[in-house]
Write a protein that binds this ligand. Structure first.
Ligand SMILES: CC(C)(COP(=O)(O)OP(=O)(O)OC[C@H]1O[C@@H](n2cnc3c(N)ncnc32)[C@H](O)[C@@H]1OP(=O)(O)O)[C@@H](O)C(=O)NCCC(=O)NCCS
Length: 183
């Protein structure tokens, strides 16, 4: 992975979307949408921000600076190009192993489901992973019940590699499918 890639969160564009770094103004809507049961259902429990500016600032420092400089993860807010101040979701690529393998995760706010936003954002992040980070493999792990996410992965060119039972997911364990796409 070229080290220079980790200097900042790059803004990525697709036909309809702009993927950009989070800012403090994005946090209230992000908190409200991300913590909804509909979004959390198959995640096994992931970090939800407290309603606290300090907590939010700390998280922003982590995702926009510390974790990036440590080459651990890129986290983007997904917005529509027509209105980059309003979020429709979030996407991450991280968990880099041997500088060659990484894992993606993505979340679309419920009111925007079914527009193909997840697949469109994911394809762009995969392109970033292969072309800018020079990865060999990009994988995703999802709860076997998460059929919407499975469709997203297939649309973005991932293949199902198998079932992993009682695999770590969020704060717990779940039966999951491993999906991947390779260079
Ligand atoms: C999974 C998720 C990202 C999909 O986002 P999206 O922008 O609606 O995805 P897309 O529009 O690209 O396509 C999803 C597909 O699932 C279908 N779908 C949408 N909601 C569904 C649901 N509740 N149950 C089953 N299928 C569903 C859509 O019709 C679409 O299928 P199609 O391509 O045959 O039309 C979104 O549902 C979400 O954020 N879920 C909660 C977080 C999550 O589970 N993230 C994935 C972690 S691995």
């Amino acid at each position: 992975m070229p080290p220079a890639a980790f200097s900042t969160i790059p803004t990525l564009e697709t036909q309809r979307l702009t993927l950009r770094a989070f800012s403090l103004e994005d946090i209230p809507v992000y908190r409200r949408e991300f913590e909804k049961e509909s979004v959390q259902r198959y995640l096994g429990g992931v970090l939800i921000l407290k309603d606290d500016t300090k907590d939010a600032q700390n998280w922003l420092r982590n995702i926009n600076d510390r974790l990036l400089k440590q080459k651990l993860v890129f986290t983007w807010l997904i917005t529509q190009r027509s209105n980059v101040s309003e979020s429709v979701g979030r996407i991450d690529i991280g968990g880099f192993t041997n500088k060659k393998v990484a894992e993606v995760s993505y979340y679309i706010w419920e009111k925007y489901w079914g527009n193909g936003f997840a697949a469109e954002a994911l394809k762009r992040v995969v392109d970033f992973g292969f072309n800018d980070l020079k990865l060999e493999r990009i994988q995703a792990v999802l709860d076997v019940r998460n059929t919407a996410s499975e469709k997203v992965l297939v649309k973005a060119g991932f293949e199902k590699e198998g079932l992993l039972r009682k695999y770590p997911l969020g704060k717990g364990v779940s039966d999951v499918f491993m999906f991947a796409t390779v260079r």
